[in-house]
Design a protein around this ligand. Structure first.
Ligand SMILES: Cc1cc2nc3c(=O)[nH]c(=O)nc-3n(C[C@H](O)[C@H](O)[C@H](O)COP(=O)(O)OP(=O)(O)OC[C@H]3O[C@@H](n4cnc5c(N)ncnc54)[C@H](O)[C@@H]3O)c2cc1C
Length: 540
C-alpha cells in the first residue's frame, strides 16, 4: 500500500452533482483544497455523458430539469458554475403521457395543466383542483422532512411535531392519496404517469416525492446547452481554483477510520485493480457514493453504525434498461419536437413496475432535439427492468459478459424499438447505432447495488431517517448527494448544499441558500429566495 502525501482539507468520494456541489461550495466559501475521487473514467456521476462511433453523445441520468428560469435551484446552479452553464427550454408541451386510448400533453404552466385535466375529466373538477393545492403543500413538507438535520438539534423535535400536525399528506403513498380523492382509474393513472422520475410505483412511492416532481415541472422543463456533461465542466474550475483536484478512475475501497474519526480513504485504480492501493489523508471525508454504499460497503465492519441492520433491510430500489440510439436523421422529421414520451400499455402502474416482459411501458427521450449544440441525432428508450433477469451475468466483466447476455440485450432493444415504431412509424428506419445498458451496467459504473437508479427508495418511510442525514455517526465523515435530500439532479445538488452547510455551523444550509439567492439577484439572474421550496426538488 502507498500513501499519497498531497495535503487536502477534505476528500469527497464520487463526482456526482451532490459531490461537486459540496466540493465547490467548500472551495468557494472557505477556500478549502478539496480532492474529489471518482471511480468512473468520466466525471459527473449520473450527469456524465459517453460518446459512440465518434459522434453520438448520450446522457445517462439527465433528461430534463425544472425551474431553470428562476428560483432556488437556478440560483444554486448559477452560483456554482459562475454563469458558465446555460439552459435550453424544452417545447411548451414538454411531456406526453400515452395510454392505449388516451394521450395527454403536459403544458409548461401548472394552471393550464390543471385546466386541461378538468376539461378532460369534468366530473372530478373539485378533486383535481384540490390535488393541485395538495401537491404544493406536500412538496414543501417532503423537502422539510429531509432538512431536519440542517436545523440545530433543539429545533428538530419542533419540526417533527409540525410535520405530524401539518405534513401528513407528504407521508401518504401516492396510491393512498389517489384512491382517497379520485374515482376514474384513467385519471388516477394519468396523474401518476411520471412515477419513473422517482422510480417507485404508486403503491410504494411517497406522495411528497410525487408532489416534488409535479411542482418541479410547473413552469416546464430545461436541458443544459451542450449536454449534461457541461455541468461538471462548469463546476470543476471552482474546485481547482482553490487548489483542489478532481481525479477519475479512482475507486475508494474503504473509508479509513481511527479512534472513531474518519481520517482518509483507501483507493484502487479502477482499471488496474491489481496495482497496490493508495491512501489519501484529510481531516474531513464526504461520501457522495450513496448511503447504502457508504455505510454497508465503504466503512469497515468494526465501525459502529447503529442503523446498519435497518439499512440492510431496506427494500431494493428500481433498476432499468436504457437503449441508446444513434439516428441517421433528425427525429423532427417524424413530428417529434423534443418532448418526453411516457408510454404505457395499461392503467395499472403497480403492475407495470412488476413486469418482466418489457411490454408494459417505456420512456422515450430525444436529447439531440433539446441540445442546440448537438452534432448528431440520438434517442433513448428506458424501461424498468428487474435486476434478477440479468443476475446470472453479474460476475462477468463489462463488455465481456458473453454472447447470451449480448443477445438478450439486443432482443430487448429490438422489442422496444418495435414498440416505438408502432406508435411513431419511420422511427426504426432512423436507427443507425444501438447500445444497451442494463442494471449490471449501472451496478458496475455507479456502484449502486442491484443497479438501482435512484439510491434510497423515495417511500414515506424515508422521511426523518438518520441515514438521510448529512452528518454521520462517524466524526468528520459526512454524506452528500441525492440520498441526503431527494433523487433528481436538483435534489442531489440541494443535498450537496445541505452537506456543505453542515460543515459551516448552525443554520449553514439556510445561510448558503441565502447567499446564493442574493448573488442571483445581484447578477440579474432571478431567484425566488432562500427558503427551500418545491423548486429545490428533483426530477427523473
Ligand atoms: C436513467 C436515469 C435518468 C435520470 N433522469 C433524470 C432527469 O431527467 N432529471 C433529473 O433531475 N434527474 C434524473 N435522474 C436522477 C439523477 O441523475 C440523480 O438522482 C442524480 O444525478 C444523483 O446525483 P448524486 O450526486 O446523488 O449521485 P451520482 O450522480 O450517482 O454520483 C455518485 C458518484 O459516486 C461514484 N462512486 C460510487 N462509489 C464510488 C467509490 N467507491 N469510489 C469512487 N466513486 C464512487 C459513482 O461512480 C458516481 O459517479 C436520472 C437518473 C437515471 C439513472
Amino acid at each position: 500500500m502507498q500513501q499519497n502525501n498531497a495535503s487536502f482539507d477534505a476528500i469527497v468520494i464520487g463526482s456526482g452533482i451532490g459531490s461537486l456541489t459540496t466540493a465547490a461550495l467548500l472551495a468557494k466559501e472557505r477556500g478549502m483544497r478539496v480532492l474529489v475521487l471518482e471511480k468512473h473514467f468520466n466525471v459527473g456521476g449520473q450527469t456524465h455523458e459517453f460518446k459512440r462511433k465518434g459522434k453520438y453523445e448520450f446522457d445517462v441520468g439527465l433528461h430534463y430539469i425544472g425551474g431553470m428560469d428562476k428560483g432556488s435551484g437556478k440560483a444554486v446552479f448559477d452560483y456554482l458554475t459562475e454563469g458558465r452553464l446555460h439552459w435550453q427550454k424544452m417545447p411548451d408541451e414538454f411531456e406526453k403521457f400515452v395510454y392505449p386510448d388516451m394521450e395527454f400533453n403536459v403544458p409548461s404552466d401548472g394552471k393550464l395543466y390543471c385546466q386541461r385535466l378538468v376539461e378532460r375529466f369534468p366530473a372530478e373538477r373539485a378533486a383535481i383542483e384540490q390535488y393541485f393545492r395538495d401537491v404544493k403543500t406536500a412538496a414543501g413538507w417532503y423537502s422539510m422532512g429531509h432538512l431536519g438535520d440542517a436545523l440545530p438539534a433543539v429545533l428538530r423535535p419542533l419540526l417533527k411535531l409540525a410535520f405530524r400536525w401539518k405534513g401528513g399528506l407528504a407521508a401518504l403513498t401516492v396510491e393512498a392519496y389517489l384512491e382517497r380523492h379520485f374515482r376514474d382509474p384513467r385519471l388516477k393513472a394519468l396523474l401518476a404517469s411520471q412515477w419513473g422520475d422517482y422510480g417507485l410505483p404508486p403503491r410504494q412511492a411517497a406522495f411528497g416525492m410525487h408532489a416534488l416532481i409535479v411542482t418541479h415541472y410547473w413552469r416546464g422543463a430545461w436541458y443544459p446547452v451542450g449536454g449534461a456533461k457541461q455541468i461538471a465542466r462548469a463546476i470543476i474550475p471552482v474546485i481547482e481554483r482553490s487548489g483542489g483536484q478532481v481525479l477519475s478512475g479512482k475507486t475508494v475501497s474503504e473509508i479509513l477510520v481511527e479512534r472513531g474519526r474518519a481520517t482518509g480513504v483507501r483507493t484502487v485504480a479502477t482499471l488496474k485493480p491489481n496495482r497496490p492501493p493508495v491512501d489519501y489523508a484529510a481531516p474531513i471525508v464526504i461520501s457522495g457514493a450513496g448511503a447504502v454504499n457508504t455505510y454497508l460497503k465503504l466503512l469497515p465492519r468494526h465501525v459502529d453504525i447503529p442503523f446498519r441492520d435497518r439499512l440492510h433491510q431496506l427494500p431494493p430500489g428500481t433498476s432499468a434498461i436504457s437503449v441508446y440510439l444513434g439516428l441517421k436523421a433528425s427525429p423532427a422529421t417524424l413530428g417529434i419536437r423534443g418532448e418526453n414520451h411516457w408510454v404505457y400499455s395499461g392503467y395499472d402502474h403497480n403492475r407495470a413496475a412488476a413486469d418482466t416482459s418489457f411490454t408494459q411501458g417505456y420512456y422515450l427521450s430525444f436529447a439531440s432535439l433539446k441540445n442546440p449544440q448537438a452534432r448528431s441525432h440520438t434517442a433513448e428508450i428506458i424501461a424498468f427492468a428487474p435486476y434478477d433477469r440479468f443476475a446470472q451475468w453479474a460476475d462477468g466483466r463489462w463488455k465481456k459478459r458473453g454472447d447470451d447476455y449480448e443477445r438478450l440485450k439486443q432482443d430487448i432493444a429490438r422489442q422496444l424499438i418495435d414498440q416505438v415504431e408502432r406508435r411513431i412509424p419511420g422511427f426504426a428506419a432512423l436507427v443507425d447505432y444501438i447500445d444497451v445498458s442494463t442494471p449490471l451496467t449501472m451496478e458496475h459504473f455507479q456502484g449502486n447495488s442491484r443497479g438501482e437508479f435512484y439510491g434510497l427508495p423515495a417511500t414515506p418511510e424515508r422521511l426523518f431517517q438518520p441515514w438521510t442525514s448529512a452528518k454521520t455517526p462517524v466524526r468528520n465523515l459526512y454524506l452528500t448527494g441525492g440520498d441526503v435530500m431527494s433523487p433528481g439532479v436538483v435534489g442531489a445538488m440541494i443535498g450537496g448544499v445541505k452537506t456543505a452547510g453542515a460543515l459551516m455551523g448552525p443554520f449553514g444550509f439556510f445561510k448558503l441558500m441565502k447567499t446564493m439567492a442574493v448573488a442571483g439577484r445581484r447578477t440579474g439572474q432571478p431567484s425566488s429566495g432562500a427558503a427551500p421550496e418545491s423548486e429545490v426538488a428533483p426530477a427523473g
